[in-house]
Design a protein around this ligand. Structure first.
Ligand SMILES: C[S@@+](CC[C@H](N)C(=O)[O-])C[C@H]1O[C@@H](n2cnc3c(N)ncnc32)[C@H](O)[C@@H]1O
Length: 312
């Protein structure tokens, strides 16, 4: 059965949203409404609002309505949700909910539904299906932590970066952890995550942030260029604002140190770095860019030679 996925978040983050969905669902096509062969568990996702198994589709309401009628649906205790993809776009949901309910035999249950249907109203294709999984949007709770730093990641983006390279049960390193946004997102999902930060004051802020979220304070003061360890994954949010030779050498030094200790990495750079990654023998799996104001973040998910060794 074909599946569809609805992506949320601002347009500037759509490339990252698609990369996250690919990491969770494998091969996908499309934009804000993407399609693919499977509907994975997207509870921990940042940008995948929901994944559904598609029951019917059409280029407009007339075609879709006819396709739904042909399904001869019989079910008790359902709810229909209507989505119009794109930030802050609304649609007259009630009209379509009523029209679809007329095509289903059985009673709806809006408060405690047994089955949840999604209707996607989009210009190119209308889709109707059964929701299999939806994001719990846990990343929202970081808004209440005590410390945020000006160069920090938004928790939604941090959540997606973790999903690019790690799954529950994995070990993960954030070697430039700042105030700990990535570490918090990873720990919350049962990933064994550690943060390292060269600035002791920021390391203390990370510890306080993690404690406030009732997570273990897994952070140490250290230099990413000299760390030793063995991890499934790393998320590296390099210090940005410069693309000077010094900055590039910091990137190179950190990656050279960690490429033999980590299998997969999500990298966030303030400048385009694909050449450096190739030179260091890192294979780019996915890439995306996110521009906000003056800052463009270049995001890469890469595998290392260590991660590509047979039997891993
Ligand atoms: C872009 S910030 C990370 C922000 C973090 N992702 C957050 O959301 O709070 C980069 C961090 O790297 C730290 N840093 C710079 N050089 C480092 C090094 N050699 N080892 C460890 N941390 C380093 C900086 O102090 C800064 O806090």
């Amino acid at each position: 059965m074909p599946c569809f996925h609805l992506l949320m978040g601002p347009n500037e983050e759509l490339e990252l949203a698609k990369a996250e969905l690919s990491a969770l669902a494998g091969h996908i096509c499309g934009g804000r409404v993407a399609t693919g062969p499977i509907a994975p568990d997207v509870t921990r996702s940042a940008y995948v609002r929901l994944s559904a198994e598609q029951l019917a589709s059409g280029r407009n309401w007339a075609q879709l309505g006819a396709a739904i009628a042909r399904l001869d649906l019989r079910c008790e205790g359902y709810r229909i949700e209507v989505f119009r993809p794109g930030p802050k776009v609304s649609v007259n949901a009630t009209r379509f909910q009523k029209s679809i309910a007329d095509l289903i035999s059985g009673r709806p249950n809006l408060d405690n539904p047994r089955i949840q249907f999604a209707l996607i109203v989009a210009q190119e294709m209308w889709r109707f299906g059964v929701i299999v999984s939806r994001s719990a949007q846990h990343w929202r709770s970081q808004a209440n932590r005590p410390y945020h730093c000006s160069h920090g990641l938004a928790s939604q983006m941090a959540r997606a970066l973790v999903n690019l390279v790690a799954a529950p049960g994995d070990t993960l390193l954030d070697p430039c952890c700042g105030s700990g946004t990535v570490v918090a997102e990873a720990l919350r999902d049962g990933i064994h995550a550690w943060g390292v930060e060269i600035n002791p004051s920021l390391a203390r802020q990370t510890a306080a942030n993690l404690r406030s979220l009732k997570l273990p304070a897994n952070v140490i003061v250290g230099d990413a260029r000299r760390l030793r360890g063995n991890f499934d994954a790393a998320v590296i949010d390099f210090p940005y604002g410069h693309s000077s030779p010094v900055e590039s050498s910091l990137h190179a030094d950190i990656l050279t140190n960690l490429r033999t200790q980590v299998d997969r990495m999500a990298l966030i750079c303030g400048c385009e770095q694909s050449r450096l990654l190739h030179q260091l023998g890192l294979t780019i799996q996915q890439q995306a860019s996110v521009t906000k104001g003056q800052l463009t973040r270049y995001i890469y998910s890469v595998s290392t030679k260590k991660g590509q060794q047979p039997g891993r």
